[in-house]
Design a binder for this molecule. Structure first.
Ligand code: AMP
Ligand code: MG
Length: 363
């Protein structure tokens, strides 16, 4: 079941992935109106619900394992659906494990630092997912389209000369490589909207008073730089889609399909990490058995010694024997079940393994 889901997800997102090293021209290579023909709108809701469910489960495991963190980078032009994507895709996850950061025009304090500073301050903790609603990629997008933003950054003259964008692509790639090497997966989504669909959405924002707050004259002004942005996005996708942090171009003209894709890309990333619930070392497990005996002995008159186990037994009897595990609940005092959950690659260290593992070869 899980393998089949993983395969379908991989198939759905494969055409959206920017092959590292490829030269992208957005208008030629990615259609904002694309929908996989085998996915119908009427199934979209169900697919998104499945995605949300999977995300909820994987996020719980991610938090429990507390080893990997996930950074989700969302880039798009105005009205492409960044906010709605976040709202829908993340609707089921535990808010304790997720943070969303929106990056605006940098403040005076932010301009007083290197350009990655404000992003570094908001990276996820291990076990958490952080979403960047706009990101350091603005540094090669809006800053490139409007170079006065670069002037405000007060770079030393020597680095302000030519090559600043090439250098930034390189710096960003290396920074992401560093993050991945240190246990932080970087998932990058570009919501690809057509000019005509943006026009429609802008008009909707103007026509509906309750949407007016989402629109500003500046948004319309930015629209007149459409071609410059398309070029900047194309270059960004060409230069910063890497093996360790590839870009996905999500077709954004159909909101429902964009959300299905975004959730699939996220689930795929978490499936890649395959986080596992920690497994206790045998002595810690044995200590729990002692505590369990004490708690059982403290049962008041008439109460079951272990109410949870009693309930599990009752359910198992009702559903036919051996079914307790299918409820997703851990089975108490069943070390065999715990052994099965052990990760094949030892990603979750037991207590003894927590010490630093073997040194680098040749170091
Ligand atoms: P919004 O996301 O619609 O609330 O708008 C945020 C605004 O901040 C957008 O117009 C971005 O272009 C702008 N912005 C984000 N990052 C930067 C940056 N590094 N330099 C200049 N403007 C930025
Ligand atoms: Mg805006």
């Amino acid at each position: 079941m899980r393998d089949k889901q993983a395969k379908r997800i991989a198939e759905l997102i494969e055409p959206l992935r920017v092959s590292p090293g490829s030269k992208v021209r957005l208008s030629r290579d990615f259609d904002p109106g694309y929908k996989a023909d085998y996915v119908k709108k009427k199934d979209g809701e169900e697919l998104l619900a499945t995605g949300v469910e999977l995300l909820t489960e994987y996020q719980d495991r991610l938090a429990a394992q507390d080893t990997w963190g996930v950074l989700v980078v969302l880039q798009a032009l105005d009205a492409a659906g960044k906010d709605g994507t976040i709202r829908h895709v993340m609707s089921g996850v535990n808010p304790q494990g997720v943070s969303v950061h929106s990056f605006k025009v940098p403040s005076a304090e932010e301009l007083d630092h290197d350009y990655l500073w404000r992003f570094a301050k908001n990276l996820p903790n291990r076990g958490d997912i952080a979403i960047f609603n706009r990101s350091y990629y603005e540094e090669v997008l809006v800053v490139r389209v409007h170079p006065e933003n670069l002037v405000r950054q007060r770079l030393p003259k020597s680095v302000r000369r030519s090559g600043v964008w090439t250098r930034r692509f390189h710096e960003i790639n290396e920074w992401e490589h560093y993050l991945v090497d240190n246990g932080f997966k970087v998932v990058k989504l570009f919501l690809n909207l057509s000019k005509e669909e943006q026009r429609r959405r802008f008009l909707r924002r103007i026509d509906l008073p309750e949407k007016n707050w989402k629109f500003s004259a500046a948004d319309a002004r930015e629209r007149s730089y459409w071609d410059d942005y398309q070029k900047a996005f194309s270059d960004m996708l060409s230069k910063t889609s890497t093996e360790w942090a590839p870009w996905y171009v999500v077709p954004a003209d159909h909101k429902w399909f964009a959300r299905v894709c975004a959730s699939a890309i996220l689930v795929n990333a978490l499936m890649d990490i395959d986080p596992r619930y920690p497994v206790l070392a045998p002595d810690a497990r044995a200590a729990l058995t002692d505590v369990k005996a004490e708690l059982e002995a403290a049962a008041p008159k008439g109460a079951p010694r272990d109410p949870f186990a009693a309930e599990q037994e009752r359910l198992a009897a009702k559903n036919g024997k051996g079914d307790a595990e299918s409820h997703g609940e851990p089975v108490p005092t069943a070390p065999a079940a715990a052994d099965e959950a052990a990760p094949p690659d030892g990603e979750t260290p037991t207590a003894e393994e927590s010490a630093v593992e073997g040194s680098d070869e040749g170091a």
